[in-house]
Write a protein that binds this ligand. Structure first.
Ligand SMILES: [Fe+2]
Length: 219
């Protein structure tokens, strides 16, 4: 069961001027595509060939480094595309705003802290808004193919801070990329992840001992 390169949830031109069609042609059409192809090449004929992408990521962690790196990058990128939209709504819902206020002080404080951590992250990686098992929110950055899926944390939002995410549009200026990233954030997707994590917890899911099941579908 080969994993697939999912279609982008938006038109490649629709994120301009904040993220160009050319960036997406490389970032999605070459980088993301290569992670998917490489994962398929590596899992062929192994037990990983029979399970879905999220399970490949979790089972290969600290066991099969090459498979983990490629599969996690495939999963992270699909999640990242879903965090972006060409039709940004008004901002976080009232529920999400309250969670931001409890964990960070305000929505603006959250954005400021997320931007700071993402900007200061050394080298390639990902900045994440995650939900802890006690329902509090936190911002973490992870290097390379790092993903909350193997940390017992539920991802709500991410920003790819590999240089390939912004070099075409912003050259080496990661802060400018971050500034424009906020104009593309799909708050509805964040809200869906926030609600799903809460309802999953209410059902007392025990299938993933490292944390709650991630309801984001990747296959
Ligand atoms: Fe990327």
């Amino acid at each position: 069961m080969a994993i697939k390169l999912p279609p982008l949830p938006f038109d490649k031109k629709s994120l301009e001027p904040h993220m160009s069609k050319e960036t997406l042609e490389f970032h999605y059409g070459k980088h993301h595509k290569t992670y998917v192809e490489k994962t398929n090449e590596l899992i062929k004929g192994t037990p990983y060939d029979k399970i879905k992408l999220q399970d490949i990521v979790q089972k290969s962690y600290e066991k099969d480094k090459k498979i983990f790196n490629n599969a996690a990058q495939a999963w992270n990128h699909e999640f990242f595309w879903n965090c972006l939209t060409s039709a940004q709504d008004e901002g976080p819902s009232v529920d999400l705003q309250s969670s931001f206020e409890e964990s960070f002080g305000s929505v603006e404080d959250f954005q400021e802290q997320f931007t700071k951590k993402a900007t200061e992250h050394f080298g390639s990686g990902w900045s994440w808004l995650v939900k802890n098992s006690d329902d509090t929110l936190a911002i973490i950055t992870l290097s390379n193919a790092g993903t909350p899926l193997v940390k017992g944390l539920t991802p709500l939002l991410t920003c790819d801070v590999w240089e390939h995410a912004y070099y075409i549009d912003y050259r080496n200026e990661r802060p400018k990329f971050l500034e424009n990233y906020w104009k593309l954030v799909n708050w509805n997707f964040v809200e869906q992840n926030h609600k799903a994590a809460t309802s999953t917890k209410r059902r007392s899911t025990t299938s993933n001992p490292k944390g709650t099941d991630i309801l984001f579908a990747t296959d």
